[in-house]
Design a binder for this molecule. Structure first.
Ligand code: 5AD
Length: 363
């Protein structure tokens, strides 16, 4: 039973910065359990009891950027670079459609050359056409996660048939953003790209890393309010983890159990504040603890992204150390995750795009 004060806070519909900081700062196990239950119940009410799969295809680890935290940043010479062929990308997505995953995510390092832009355009078009079936009459849902691009590129990819886009702001604190990126990357440009995505007709997803060196609960509270301000449809957040050959220190003072707890509280509080959005239980959670993604689901996440990347190249797409399931075949992932999902009291939302109810506000 929560204290009357906590019960009142958990039942609010509007939250101030101070409310959010207070929730993120909960430390007694019993209080965190009350937060978890409130978030799980609200998830059921607002988005239902289904967890949606997005089959993740990591198309390429080639990247023109040099983000200090990222394992595949341009300056990391130890990484063997790869780009999947058009056929490999399309095969992986069609496998997802046959497996009953309602949608896929095409992700890669950032590139803006015409060859890459048209490869994506072509893959999106082919996947939408060739995945149509009785169980998926509109074809597989396609989410892109390909970094900052011009408004024109976003429009081309939208016209080809992609309908959701993930682009994390990483942190909404401009000083912290500047510390973790080279000076050529600007937070204003990132926000502009998110606005351009909305204008191009995408459902827009963003998110942050949790536990960045120097990041405070006030920063994280501001992140959540920034998602609300910009009417974001989808959230992907995970713990910041050290990357191979990384130029940045490990998460400040947080031990891994504290980091996990903070990441789970972020999911729960984001659910309470944003209510009807989709929230992913990210793979980075599972890098901290074997059942990290399931715990994310019990704290209010309703999306998971099993990898469909061919095993030969999976080890080359390590944004951080300890990426799980490097050797798992995709069929194994499918059944392993389905069991893991049912262990949380949820069911898999097979053969369904699983758009968030929130996205209907502007459809
Ligand atoms: N730890 C955790 N997440 C990371 N990402 C990149 N590097 C790391 C890291 N070291 C996340 C970023 C990016 C997403 C694709 O992966 O938030 O947007």
């Amino acid at each position: 039973q929560p204290s009357p004060a906590l019960a009142a806070l958990l039942a609010q519909r509007e939250f101030s910065d101070a409310d959010i900081v207070a929730l993120l700062g909960l430390s007694a196990a019993a209080d965190i359990e009350c937060l978890r239950r409130a978030a799980f119940a609200l998830t059921t009410r607002e988005v239902g009891d289904r967890v949606h799969y997005r089959g993740l295809v990591e198309i390429s680890n080639v990247c023109v950027l040099d983000c200090h935290y990222c394992g595949i940043r341009k300056g990391n010479r130890a990484v063997e670079r790869y780009t999947l062929s058009r056929e490999q990308v399309i095969d992986a997505a069609l496998w997802a459609a046959r497996a009953g995953y309602g949608s896929c995510v095409l992700q890669a390092g950032e590139r803006r050359d015409e060859g890459f832009i048209s490869l994506i355009e072509d893959c999106v078009h082919e996947i939408r056409q060739r995945s149509q079936s009785a169980s998926l009459p509109q074809g597989l849902g396609i989410t892109l996660s390909l970094g900052e691009q011009s408004a024109e590129t976003f429009r081309r990819w939208r016209a080809a048939g992609a309908h959701r886009y993930l682009l994390r702001i990483e942190t909404s604190n401009p000083e912290l953003f500047a510390r973790i990126h080279p000076p050529t990357q600007r937070i204003e440009t990132r926000w502009q790209a998110l606005a351009d995505l909305r204008d191009a007709g995408f459902q827009v997803g963003t998110g942050v890393m949790i536990g960045l060196p120097g990041q405070t609960l006030v920063d994280l509270a501001a992140d959540i309010l920034a998602f609300a301000d910009r009417d974001i449809d989808m959230i992907g957040m995970g713990p910041y983890l050290p990357a191979p050959g990384n130029a940045m220190p490990a998460a400040g003072a947080l031990a891994s159990d504290e980091l996990l707890q903070l990441a789970l509280k972020m999911i729960a509080v984001t659910r309470l504040v944003l209510r009807d959005v989709n929230i992913a239980a990210t793979t980075a959670l599972q890098a901290l603890v074997a059942d990290g993604r399931e715990r994310g689901v019990t704290f209010g996440a309703n999306v998971v992204m099993p990898s469909l990347t061919p095993r030969e190249v999976r080890k080359n797409y390590q944004l951080y150390e300890g990426k799980p399931c490097l050797d798992e075949a995709r069929d194994d992932c499918r059944s392993c995750l389905a069991n893991r999902i049912s262990s949380t009291g949820r069911q898999v939302g097979w053969n369904d795009w699983g758009d968030s109810p929130h996205s209907r506000h502007f459809a």
